[in-house]
Write a protein that binds this ligand. Structure first.
Ligand SMILES: [Zn+2]
Length: 52
C-alpha cells in the first residue's frame, strides 16, 4: 500500500500501486509525486483477507 500527499491541497491519499494517481480531493495528477510505502497497512490488509 502506498501513500502520497497532494502537492496542491496537502491531503493524504492511499493506493495499491504507483500507476496513474489522481488526488481524490482536488483531482491533481500526483503520478510523478514520490510515494511512501506503508508496510503496516499491507500487513493489516493481509490479516483482514485471512479473516475473509
Ligand atoms: Zn489534492
Amino acid at each position: 500500500m502506498f501513500k502520497k500527499t497532494c502537492i496542491n491541497c496537502d491531503s493524504p491519499s492511499y493506493g495499491s500501486s504507483n500507476d496513474q494517481w489522481i488526488c481524490p480531493f482536488c483531482e491533481t495528477d500526483l503520478t510523478e509525486v514520490p510515494s511512501e510505502e506503508l508496510d503496516v497497512g499491507t500487513i493489516e490488509l493481509e490479516e483482514f483477507l485471512k479473516l475473509g
